[in-house]
Design a protein around this ligand. Structure first.
Ligand code: BTN
Length: 322
């Protein structure tokens, strides 16, 4: 990607002449000038002086693939990135791509106009404020293990946020991260495969990063959180996404090779669900009780009047007992 290479060359922050850049990129000086213009139109601030050449002054707050790739320490995750300014849904795009893409391919969009949540809900995804991404995985796992991959994604995100920002969001079993009773992130895992074997898994992650309270639509304003609201300052989306991909890759292969014990332990230790009264909806079935455990399969154990019921999928709402 030549634009990315040009940014890489300019990243040293000294002046580089058009001639030097042209030689390094193997293009003409006119082509360099054209690419500089393209970068400017994409939000890069680049100075240019006749005898000194070009100098990068600032980068935009955009998740361009070469920005995310800079310093990324993964083997697979994010090594291929499809980036869009706007998409209906990154999960939908990832589904179209999954057969032809390697494991670890990431689809990113600055905004989604039909962002999908679980159970047919919408996911509010305004431009430039969040991380809206889908990761394509091809694990050798039976479909019964799928719910545990969602937990891996949630745990890795909570850990990555802690590493970068020193705050640890809690895991609301099995798909969400919460902070102070508000939803910070949601995960939508979708699968495609043949009987008995998962072919591809799409891990769709939505993380509210730089929204201020007034940026949320009125109907979710009281329930939603963003990292900006927690830290009371803007948060670097690129650095966070990069670190998330690194932690997620480590946790994913660790879980596939050595089992899910570590992930399950994290879910228990930093749970938003355990010890609370919950109402579970699974299709037409609804029941209530106290969430008492997460078992070795990643299932949620609900105590209903002394009887234990295991939930492996469904919508869990925290409810007041009276
Ligand atoms: C939920 O809490 O209901 C899950 C929300 C998942 C949202 C993410 S944003 C990126 C990816 N693309 C989508 O359309 N949805 C997921």
């Amino acid at each position: 990607m030549t634009l990315g290479r040009l940014v890489g060359l300019l990243a040293g922050h000294q002046f580089l002449s058009g001639q030097e850049l042209a030689a390094k990129l193997g293009v003409t000086r006119a082509a360099v000038w054209k690419q500089v213009e393209t970068l400017r139109s994409m939000g890069y601030e680049i100075e240019a002086y006749p005898r000194q050449g070009y100098r990068l002054l600032s980068r935009p707050d955009k998740l361009y693939p070469w920005e995310v790739a800079q310093g990324l320490e993964t083997r697979f995750f994010g090594r291929t990135i499809e980036y869009y300014d706007e998409l209906p849904s990154t999960n939908q795009r990832a589904k179209e791509l999954m057969a032809s893409c390697p494991e670890g391919t990431v689809v990113l969009a600055e905004s989604q106009i039909a962002g999908r949540g679980r159970l047919g809900r919408k996911w509010f995804s305004p431009p430039g404020t969040g991380i809206w991404m889908s990761l394509i995985l091809k694990p050798q796992l039976p479909p019964t293990q799928l719910s545990k991959l969602t937990l891996v994604a949630a745990v890795a995100l909570s850990q990555a946020i802690y590493d970068q920002l020193n705050v640890r969001p809690l895991v609301k079993w099995p798909n969400d991260l919460y902070w102070n009773g508000r939803k910070l992130s949601g995960i939508l895992t979708e699968l495609a495969g043949e009987m008995g074997r998962l072919e591809s898994v799409i891990l769709g992650v939505g993380l509210n990063v730089n929204q201020k309270p007034a940026d949320f639509p009125a109907e979710i304003r009281e329930q939603a959180a963003s990292l900006w609201m927690i830290k009371e300052r803007p948060v670097d989306r690129k650095a966070l996404l990069r670190h998330y991909l690194e932690v997620l890759e480590t946790e994913y292969f660790q879980a596939l090779n050595n089992g899910f014990d570590g992930v399950l332990e994290y879910c228990r230790q930093y749970s938003y669900t355990l010890g609370r009264h919950v109402t579970v909806t699974n299709g037409a079935q609804t029941f209530s009780g106290t969430a008492v455990a997460i078992d070795g399969d990643g299932g949620l154990i609900i105590d209903q009047d002394g009887q234990h019921r295991k939930v492996i999928a469904g919508d869990v709402n925290l409810t007041n007992q009276n």
